[in-house]
Design a protein around this ligand. Structure first.
Ligand SMILES: *Cc1c(COP(=O)(O)O)cnc(C)c1O
Length: 355
């Protein structure tokens, strides 16, 4: 049985909605009027509240800041033409939220409470969900440790919070990506599968170096040999090679199990398109780029949606792919996904959680 979550609501007295320019929404910089906050203490979650978005007071000794007991999720809500609102597959994020929590020795949050918290906040700030094409409300749930204690030990108190941001398209251009052969994002036995804050801090220097070399994104490879493709920045790497959809297997726990990647694989299967989730070698991707058998390559993620790769750099060489507008597979995925998320096509898998 699902219990209805009791949430205390304090409405803002100074809404920023009217002065927000919905035609200019840089990713993650504009926040909706409200946020959700809850506390974990004495072994239970309590004090669920929706409050005006703003600063919160914290001890400078909290272990989230010193030892990285912190992780997050990323989800989107969409406004349909008839005004209805849907959140895309939040149960998947609820499950992954708890996988991250477990790996970081942090408390789990019951899946239905996670989903109800998101739905309540999205519903309360539903006027913040953009109506324009390719726009959405980005939802950022996160949890962090709050014990004011400098010992290296799991905290006994935590905060769960949710912020929301109206957003437009994340990448506006075709990506020039670099296959990383020096730095590593995650190793076997590590926490690559968790959306833990530390994974992203460690990725910033390699990503900045790639940008200095003229690239937009990195393709991460395995920590041992740099021979296998893992992910693309904060998106999963997907390819169409020799007429098959190919994406790296997540069995080694170094790769984040993306909701978007899972969705793309499900659509491909619906269409009878062959899908292979297996180890993907850098060599076969580069070979495919050279001989023309690599007909599609993109990053798949909630923030980025489907981000087409235009060229791939590897050890000083650059391999160019076809014009993304001419790519059958990713164009069809984008069209189908948009149809479902914006309520213009039947949601046969039940992916839309209606608010
Ligand atoms: C969030 C994320 C993804 C994409 O996951 P989605 O659930 O599709 O948003 C892929 N890789 C990394 C490293 C990520 O952080």
């Amino acid at each position: 049985m699902t219990e209805t979550l009791d949430i205390k609501i304090t409405k803002t007295t100074t809404s920023r909605l009217a002065q927000t320019d919905f035609t200019d929404l840089p990713f993650g910089k504009i926040f909706s009027d409200h946020m959700l906050v809850a506390d974990y203490a004495d072994g239970e979650w309590k004090n669920f509240e929706i409050v005006p978005y703003g600063e919160i007071g914290l001890s400078p000794a909290i272990s989230a800041l010193h030892y990285g007991q912190a992780f997050f999720e990323g989800i989107k809500a969409y406004k349909h033409a008839d005004g209805k609102v849907s959140i895309f597959r939040p149960e998947m994020n609820a499950r992954r939220f708890n996988k991250s929590a477990e790996r970081l020795c942090m408390p789990e949050l019951p899946e239905d409470i996670f989903v109800q918290s998101i739905a309540a906040l999205v519903d309360f700030d539903r006027d913040w969900i953009p109506r324009n094409a390719n726009h959405a409300l980005y939802i950022r749930p996160f949890m962090f440790a709050t014990d004011p204690f400098l010992g290296v030990a799991p905290s006994s108190t935590y905060k769960f919070m949710i912020l929301t941001c109206p957003v437009g398209p994340y990448f506006s251009k075709t990506l020039r990506v670099k296959i990383e052969t020096h730095y590593t994002r995650a190793a076997e036995g590590g926490m690559g599968f968790a959306k833990s804050a530390g994974n992203y801090g460690g990725a910033m220097l390699p990503a900045r170096k790639a940008v200095e070399e003229g690239f937009d994104q990195l393709i991460w490879t395995d920590a041992k040999e740099h021979k296998y493709v893992e992910e693309m920045g904060a998106a999963n790497a997907m390819f169409v090679l020799d007429g098959k959809l190919i994406t790296p297997s997540t069995g080694e726990n170094t790769i984040l199990k993306g909701v978007t990647c899972d969705t793309v694989m499900a659509l491909a299967r619906d269409w009878g398109f062959p899908v292979e989730q297996r180890r993907v070698t850098v060599a076969e991707i580069l070979e495919g780029a050279k001989n023309g058998k690599l007909t599609d390559a993109f990053g798949a993620g909630t923030a980025a949606t489907i981000a087409p790769v235009g060229s791939i750099g590897h050890n000083g060489e650059e391999y160019f792919l076809s014009d993304p507008k001419t790519r059958e597979f990713s164009q069809k995925v984008l069209k189908t996904l948009d149809g479902i998320r914006y309520g213009n096509a039947p949601d046969t898998h039940g992916w839309n959680y209606m608010v």
